[in-house]
Design a protein around this ligand. Structure first.
Ligand SMILES: Cc1ncc(C[n+]2csc(CCOP(=O)(O)OP(=O)(O)O)c2C)c(N)n1
Ligand SMILES: [Mg+2]
Length: 552
């Protein structure tokens, strides 16, 4: 082989990424990644530096979630890699295609002893679909292709490739493997007929839309199915927006697992047509032995647990299954809908409560309603994790797919800002708002610098209750004393300004909408500090629900 046919391994790696259509690589490089950095410099891929590996990982995973194409992040060995563990778990549970590339000391000869060396491949194995060290440059094309195949194939998830320094620098002769379109097998006619018989004979069927139905190629089929059959639907938190929630058939979001107003309808249903939900999300309801029938419609069979053991499974290409069922059902499914209609009315009235409440610090019902008013149909909110997530899930109607980005799988704090940044990067003309608690925001607030550097248009709302409010709420509802969960905060306005962002402090409820309007029309990165009163948590989510009676 002549020298001219040879290619450096890191160049080959980057060529393989280019062949897959990679646009961005999010990273905090270490010296072990420098060959990759040099190869990226000569490529069409944009290197996006972040201020913590979590920022890189959450952004890349969100890229995967929003586009359906694998997001790529890179970190060094040891401490860089361990910082990617949370994003890996986020993508793994959340079904987001993600490839992580980590560096490593040379594997053929090393003069560094065990300095910084931990078993990264072993560490990531349980939270990845594949975790592998590259031991020869010529395996790069097939391994990279394999990483994309696995990360994108249902259920999507995370893959780790470890590229040691000496392998990155070696000469190779292989060529990239070009990707091709993937097709899933279709469910058999036999099982589709079985599902149709069950649906037609049900007295009170309901559709449940879960995270798996929130994929680009499924949404249209899903909307057609709901509108043709006119079966009322409810959604999991990650199924929000697949079908416009302004629909008269929308009952609500199962933000709680039991005992919410929506569960009055779920309890009455004798059949749940479960499209795309799997057990990684907090259960939208609990199945019981001898209870209702559940048809599980998904790419993969159901992972059975104590509260989920569907009796019928329609497994195969989800869009094809939903289309086939629609055709076989032949239009509207007739049954007595009156009870579901009453529940819908009750839920819609409940959501309206508090929407115009002027109290300050502001109550959750008011800020959710106000934010809904300032966000257009296609505008995006990206939530971190805290008690407000339940309020948004229940009260904020999503009109379009992926316009409510929340994490009901790993439910990690710290992803709200980076996921909002990714949404803003991909949708520069839409309004995008990251919504974080004061706890979660401070876990990755340093990425404000990245947001400024990238020139994003992003509004970050920080809900200030000087505490880990969600845990305080759980503590109170468990009957424990209010103790140990409060902290102090920086001056958020000055903090934002020190990054070059624009800071706003809300001082009365009426100011919220005008501040948002001003921030969105000005463009750039804005932080809005919003003092919140969480006393409604106990009242609305515990006391009132405990007293609710379903017999309307
Ligand atoms: C990384 C991580 N650590 C801890 C938790 C547990 N946890 C869930 S919500 C929460 C408190 C959130 O506080 P904050 O961000 O201020 O939101 P709030 O509920 O106060 O609105 C904690 C500690 C978590 N989900 N993720
Ligand atoms: Mg808080």
């Amino acid at each position: 082989m002549s020298k001219s046919n040879k290619i450096k391994a890191s160049d080959l790696f980057v060529q393989a990424l280019e062949a897959e259509g990679v646009e961005y690589l999010f990273a905090v490089p270490g010296e072990e990644n420098l060959d990759m950095v040099e190869s990226l410099r000569k490529s069409t891929i944009k290197l996006v530096l972040t201020r913590h590996e979590q920022g890189a990982g959450f952004m890349a995973a969100t890229y995967g979630r929003l586009t359906g194409k694998t997001g790529i992040c890179m970190a060094t060995l040891g401490p860089g890699a361990t910082n990617l563990a949370t994003p890996a778990a986020y993508a793994h549970l959340g079904g987001m295609p993600l490839i992580m590339i980590t560096g490593q000391k040379p594997i053929k000869k090393s003069k560094q002893g065990q300095f910084q060396i931990i078993d990264v491949v072993g560490l990531f194995a349980p939270i990845c679909k594949m975790s592998k060290q590259i031991v020869h440059g010529d395996t790069i094309p097939s391994l990279v292709r394999e990483a994309f195949r696995l990360s994108e194939e249902e259920r999507p998830g995370a893959v780790l490739l470890e590229l040691p320094e000496d392998i990155a620098a070696e000469d190779c002769i292989e060529k990239v493997v070009t990707p091709h379109k993937r097709h899933y097998a279709h469910a058999s006619d036999l099982v589709l007929e079985e599902a149709v018989t069950l649906i037609k004979s049900a007295k009170m069927p309901l559709i449940l839309i879960g995270a798996g139905a929130n994929r680009q190629n499924v949404r249209e089929a899903m909307c057609n199915f709901v509108h043709a059959t006119r079966i009322p639907f409810f959604v999991t938190q990650m199924g929000k927006g697949v079908v416009d929630e302004r629909s008269s058939l929308f009952l609500g979001t199962a933000a709680l697992s039991a005992g919410d107003y929506l569960h009055c309808a779920i309890e009455r249903a004798d059949l749940i047509i479960n499209i795309g939900h799997d057990v990684i999300e907090k259960p939208p309801f609990f199945m019981e032995q001898g209870g209702k029938t559940v048809i599980h419609i998904n790419y993969k069979s159901a992972q059975v647990d104590q509260v989920y053991f569907p009796q019928v499974e329609v497994i195969g290409d989800l869009a094809a299954s939903v289309d086939a069922l629609k055709v076989k059902l032949g239009g509207e499914v007739k049954f007595d809908r009156r009870y579901f209609e009453k529940i819908k009315l009750a839920i819609d009235e409940h959501i309206e409560e508090g929407a115009g409440d002027d109290r300050f610090p502001i109550i959750p019902q008011r800020f959710v309603a106000d934010i809904r008013k300032v966000m257009g149909d296609k505008d995006i909110i990206a939530l971190d994790n805290g008690i407000y997530k339940i309020w948004f899930a229940r009260n904020y109607k999503a009109y379009q797919p992926n316009t409510v980005l929340l994490d009901n799988a790993l439910a990690t704090m710290g992803a709200g800002l980076p996921s909002g940044m990714m949404a803003a990067m991909l949708n520069p003309t839409q309004r995008v708002m990251a919504i974080c608690g004061d706890g979660g925001f401070m876990m990755n607030s340093q990425e404000l610098e990245t947001a400024i550097r990238l020139g994003l248009n992003l509004v970050v709302t920080v809900l200030n209750d000087n505490s880990y409010g969600m845990i305080r709420w759980k503590q109170a509802s468990a009957g424990f004393d209010d103790w140990g969960l409060e902290f102090g905060n920086p001056d958020f306005v000055k903090y934002a300004e020190s990054y070059g962002a624009i800071g706003h402090r809300v001082t009365c409820a009426q100011d919220l909408i005008p501040i948002y309007e001003k921030a969105f029309s000005a463009g750039g990165v804005h932080l809005v500090e919003l003092p919140v009163d969480y006393s409604e948590n106990q009242k609305v989510l515990i006391d009132e629900l405990a007293e609710k009676v379903c017999l309307i």
